[in-house]
Design a binder for this molecule. Structure first.
Ligand SMILES: [Zn+2]
Length: 328
């Protein structure tokens, strides 16, 4: 039987507790929206909610829970899990499907991950179903942020957020999932409570070198001419760019800690972090974080890696100088 990664940790989250309490009281809402960048935790949350709907204890062991874990329940659908865009025609299929009788006569669940990738027309299509919900049909949507979700959609769903997990709980979750203890500690320390990122940092064979490449780049990125030079570097290849963005986020987080006199996580790269902190003011770090979020959104929307890297590097040059002059 398949086991569910991070089940103990996600069960402790307020998002899970809140939905479980609604089910308990007979007030399971027709639609939820869960805001989180932690995609692994979202997968687990979806499975836990489905188990709780069909099994009073969400035990994880009975036939119903087993079917959920094997994804073989006909009334539970997982939509848009890949990176592909979801069209109005596909959404129409979903809303028509929602109107049909359940195979097993109970509740029907539609889990919708990466909702931020959805364009306005398919969101509008779903809106009508959210406004006039079918009985015993539930939509559980999730996205990294609410920025690209229509306000009309948000007003029709119960909004919850999956907040950061405590460092110790992330460390133990990784160890239970088979990550060696020293690597689990590293991932947990750096991931700011995000299980997906913690695992990424923990299993990365190339971690220290990759951080070094990013800090070297930041120390020598001075003009848009440098930006064009760096564009050709391997860290921005199609295969590596996503992890490189995580490294940038991590390095800027350390630079922020340095500005605020908080402990800096990447002790091995202390000198480089100090150097970057001299070049990027606290305001510049804040703006750089926004730029990185935009890069992630563009990658998710299938933008070309070189275009995303180009945007990132030129914006970094820009925020560095803009925020410097505003300090003067
Ligand atoms: Zn069960």
């Amino acid at each position: 039987m398949s086991t569910l990664r991070y089940a103990d940790e996600v069960k402790q989250s307020s998002a899970y507790k809140s939905i479980a309490a609604d089910i308990e009281r007979g007030e399971f809402s027709h639609a939820y929206f869960i805001c989180s960048e932690d995609k692994d935790a979202i997968d687990t949350l979806f499975a836990l909610v489905a188990m709780r709907v069909y099994c009073p204890d969400g035990c994880g062991k009975c036939a119903e829970c087993h079917k959920v874990l094997m994804r073989s329940k006909p009334d539970v659908k997982y939509l848009a899990e890949g990176k592909e865009n979801f069209t109005v025609a596909e959404m129409t299929e979903v809303t028509e499907d929602a109107g049909m009788t359940a195979f097993e006569g109970g509740r029907k669940l539609y889990f919708f991950k990466n909702f931020e990738n959805l364009a306005e027309p398919p969101q509008n299509k779903l809106l009508k179903t959210l406004e006039e919900p079918f009985e015993k049909v539930h939509f559980i949507l999730s996205a990294s942020s609410t920025a690209s979700v229509l306000p009309t959609v948000l007003s029709r769903v119960k909004q919850l957020s999956l907040t950061a997990f405590p460092e110790e709980s992330v460390r133990q979750a990784l160890i239970k999932d088979g990550v060696p203890a020293d690597r689990a500690a590293r991932g947990a320390k750096l991931a700011q409570g995000n299980l997906t990122r913690a695992r990424e940092f923990a299993v990365d064979e190339d971690f220290q070198r990759h951080v070094g490449e990013v800090t070297d780049l930041l120390l020598s990125l001075k003009s848009s001419a440098d930006a064009y030079r760096f564009l050709r570097e391997g860290i921005f290849s199609k295969e590596r760019i996503e992890r490189t963005i995580s490294m940038f986020e991590l390095v800027f987080h350390c630079v922020m800690s340095r500005h605020l006199d908080l402990p800096v996580a990447l002790a091995e790269h202390k000198e480089a972090i100090d150097g970057i902190a001299e070049m990027y003011s606290l305001a510049a770090v804040g703006e750089a974080s926004e730029v990185l979020l935009t890069c992630r959104a563009r990658l998710k929307a299938n933008c070309n890696a070189t275009n995303v890297a180009d945007y990132l590097l030129l914006k970094l040059v820009e925020v560095k100088y803009k925020c410097r002059s505003s300090l003067a």
